[in-house]
Design a binder for this molecule. Structure first.
Ligand code: FAD
Length: 301
């Protein structure tokens, strides 16, 4: 059936939103106005990232706690193994449990020195994400999400190794994987085929990034192993000093990607919001999501 008819209600689509913890008062205001704007769309959860090397430990916790206390949203706290002993990481997990948080996005993380440096586990820390997942599950009855890489993690020697890492995380108790961003949907579908062939059955939720800055995203993509197709570069070509048009192009590109995934049966989407609501809100609207009045009343209150 044509998507335009199939998506007459939003019952089959679910979304989640990712935010990063703010560094300044101004960024805090932007984050909260975005959270409040997106809240009535009733996402299944909203996640808050954890800075490289645990640099945002307090800020991530403060943002997640504020979401628990001031919204109807279910928060998920990102947590990494980097630069911390098992005891320190366990304290963070316990503090989340005590604050009423029931969902953690468990990650290995990258060296605090920056992407591209070789990763080495902390001497007294968790060696792998799977170990971290197992520990989270033993501390509390958390839901645990993990990462997935449709174009392979840059450190992966082979697809077998890549899938072994995902399988270990699932065997340790992860129940959902969220993908690194990608621009060519074929990468996603080929990856899901590989994952299913490896006997892994958890949902593989596509991570969608709006291209707010083409230059920025191209640099980041190189480090994360995501490819930037020529057609994407072509669409932004010449818009370097035209942020207004870039924003419109970014919205069109993301909408096209998401609607095409939906056409092919994807019903679950994770948006890297960059703490901005407008573009994500518009795409959710196109997917058929409408404001939930009950949530809206609580936001107004
Ligand atoms: P894993 O999935 O554990 O491993 C990724 C790859 O590393 C493997 O495929 C393999 O190639 C290699 N590898 C891992 N263990 C071994 C081993 N024992 N031997 C050999 N190779 C191994 N980073 C942050 O700092 N904070 C965040 O909040 C954050 N959020 C993220 C959210 C999502 C959805 C995604 C996709 C990534 C996020 N990242 C975040 C980035 C992530 O930390 C990096 O990509 C990091 O390089 C890998 O962490 P991981 O949990 O994905 O690793």
């Amino acid at each position: 059936i044509d998507r335009r008819f199939r998506l007459n209600g939003a019952s089959d689509i679910s979304v989640s939103f990712e935010f990063f913890p703010p560094k300044s008062e101004k960024m805090e205001q932007r984050l909260w106005s975005s959270i409040k704007r997106l809240e009535p769309l009733a996402p299944s959860f909203v996640s808050v990232t954890y800075g490289a090397g645990g640099s945002t430990r307090e800020r991530t916790h403060a943002t997640v706690s504020r979401i628990v206390n001031e919204t109807c949203l279910k928060p998920a706290a990102h947590l990494t193994c980097v630069d911390a002993t098992k005891e320190e990481v366990n304290e963070v997990i316990q503090a989340y449990w005590d604050a009423g948080v029931r969902h953690i996005v468990a990650l290995r993380g990258d060296p605090a020195a920056g992407l591209g440096e070789k990763y080495a586990p902390h001497e007294g820390g968790y060696r792998t994400t799977a170990d971290l997942v197992a520990s989270i599950r033993s501390i509390g009855d958390f839901e645990v999400s993990v990462s997935a890489y449709p174009e392979k993690h840059p450190e992966s020697p082979s697809w077998d190794a890549e899938l072994d890492v995902l399988k270990a995380k699932v065997d340790a108790g992860a129940t959902r994987a969220i993908t690194q961003f990608f621009f060519d949907n074929d990468h996603y579908f080929r990856y899901v085929d590989r994952v299913r062939s490896a006997g892994i059955t958890i949902p593989i939720v596509p991570g969608i990034v709006p291209v707010t800055s083409f230059k920025g995203i191209s640099g980041f993509a190189k480090k994360t192993g995501a490819s930037v197709p020529g057609w994407l570069a072509h669409r932004f070509n010449g818009l370097g000093d035209d942020p207004r048009t870039s924003e419109l192009v970014a919205a069109a590109v993301a909408a096209e990607q998401v609607m095409s995934l939906a056409d092919d049966g994807v019903e679950d989407f994770h948006f890297y919001t960059m703490n901005k609501a407008d573009l994500v809100y518009a795409i959710c609207h196109m997917l058929g999501l409408r404001e939930n009045r009950k949530v809206r009343t609580s936001v107004a209150a």
